[in-house]
Design a protein around this ligand. Structure first.
Ligand SMILES: Nc1nc2c(c(=O)[nH]1)N[C@H]1C(S)=C(S)[C@@H](COP(=O)(O)O)O[C@H]1N2
Ligand SMILES: [Mo]
Length: 423
């Protein structure tokens, strides 16, 4: 990972991290504004000769970890992983390279002070009494642990291709294909925690909520990030994860504990979970009504059902516009994944979609994660061309040529035309 190698980069990263720690303390430093702390920090930096954070970032530091440009494309409060940075990494995305999707900013929480509160009329308890059940970090760590490999992928991953490939206008972050990562998650089953809290036979929905700041959209606060899960999914394969790839969850990915909902859209996997409402009635939040449904000519007026499983996609471990010398044999690498099953077949075209070849798979196909693949290629005539990859999953889904339009650009599934130049 050469990008983090330079001493300069290291110092900037250190400074940014410290800045974040200051800012995280702001909540407890009553009466001290973020602006004031930034001024103080800038003064400290000047006095010690440390590089001051660049103003553009300092005004809005929403992510704790370093974001070297060789690894990430900055996207507002979010950071997209560059696919070329995944070349040579293993099946699991290293934590340092994992994309970040923040509605506001990463809160730096203390595991010793953290509590998970379960409450609501879907829990057994004295009728009419709000009887919350609480778990601390050590309580969770004392429960039976489970480990599983799963992707987290934003529902809007690939959104920009609605515009660039299909000429359609959609709202939201203009991700290319880097709003996805695979990690080995360790934690406890949400089912175990719900049963210990005392599930009532009437429970239908379970709504985890984050401890990050309220999300303000169009001048209106929508409250803290939360989205209901049907009880059946909550009891099936959902984890309360406290480790990511063998390390405590990084701050940006939900420390100390996040929800991990395998195969579903990323929004279901609530980070920094602080409480879970267990309800005997169906629940609604902005994240299963206004957002994360499909709207558009192909869908009902009130939108589709709330989004659940992710769709199917493929990506090359290459920069957009990569160049290849003519006549030199290459091996192209990529990965394909689906929310509906394992990816067991990938076809690749190196001539813009005329001829297709079957790729060699490098992983045993498994659901909930990607399959790595490769194809040999000896580029011919110099000039621009497109590389295409089309995945088929074990549920029988294949990537189409065109994705069905929806106004918010979710669930892009069409084959992406990856531009390259033969020189
Ligand atoms: N509390 C909280 N949870 C959250 C979010 C958030 O902003 N706040 N973003 C969601 C979205 S939209 C996605 S795609 C995933 C991203 O997870 P990551 O940042 O660990 O990659 O977290 C989800 N969980
Ligand atoms: Mo997302």
């Amino acid at each position: 990972m050469s990008a983090a190698g330079s001493a300069d980069h290291h110092e900037i990263a250190y400074d940014r991290r410290r800045l974040r720690q200051w800012l995280a303390g702001e909540a407890r430093a009553e009466g001290v504004t973020r602006r004031r702390l930034l001024t103080l920090l800038a003064a400290t930096a000047a006095a010690t000769g440390l590089p001051a954070p660049e103003p553009a970032r300092a005004a809005d530091p929403t992510i704790v970890k370093p974001l070297p440009p060789a690894w990430f494309i900055p996207r507002g409060t979010n950071a997209e992983t560059r696919w070329e940075a995944l070349r040579g990494t293993g099946h699991h995305t290293p934590n340092e390279l994992f994309f970040v999707r923040n509605h506001t900013a990463t809160p730096v929480l203390d595991a010793d002070e953290w509590r998970l509160r379960l409450w609501g009329d879907g829990l057994r308890g004295t009728p009419g009494e709000d009887r919350p059940v609480e778990f601390g970090y050590d309580d969770l760590r004392a429960l039976p642990a489970v480990t599983r490999t799963a992707f987290v992928e934003c529902a809007g991953n690939g959104r920009s291709y609605y515009s660039t490939q299909q000429g359609e206008t959609v709202t939201g972050t203009a991700w290319t294909l880097g709003a996805v990562g695979v990690a080995r998650w360790r934690g406890v089953r949400l089912a175990d925690v719900l049963r210990r809290a005392g599930l009532s036979p009437y429970a239908v929905d379970v709504q985890p909520r984050g401890l990050d700041a309220e999300y303000v959209s169009g001048g209106e606060s929508l409250g803290r990030v939360r989205r209901p899960l049907p009880l059946a999914k909550a009891l099936d394969d959902v984890l309360l994860a406290y480790e990511m790839n063998g390390e405590p969850l990084p701050y940006d990915h939900g420390y100390p504990v996040r929800v991990l909902v395998p195969s579903w859209v990323g929004i279901a996997s609530i980070k920094w979970v602080g409480d879970i409402e267990v309800s005997a009635q169906p629940l609604y939040s902005p994240w299963n009504t206004t957002f994360y449904r499909l709207f558009g000519p192909a869908y009902p007026q009130e939108g589709s059902k709330p989004l659940t499983r992710q769709t199917i996609k493929s990506a090359f471990e290459l920069a957009s516009g990569a160049t290849f010398p003519a006549g030199q044999s290459q091996v192209l690498h990529g990965r394909s994944w689906s929310g509906a099953g394992a990816v067991a077949r990938v076809d690749v075209s190196t001539d813009g979609g005329t001829k297709w070849r079957r790729a060699r798979l490098h992983d045993r196909p498994r659901s909930g994660t990607w399959t790595r693949w490769s194809v040999p290629w000896t580029p011919g005539t110099p000039g621009p061309t497109h590389l295409l990859a089309r995945a088929t999953d074990t549920a029988g889904r294949t990537q189409p040529d065109t994705a069905v339009f929806n106004t918010q650009g979710y669930l892009f599934d069409a084959v992406v035309r990856h531009p390259v130049t033969v020189v």
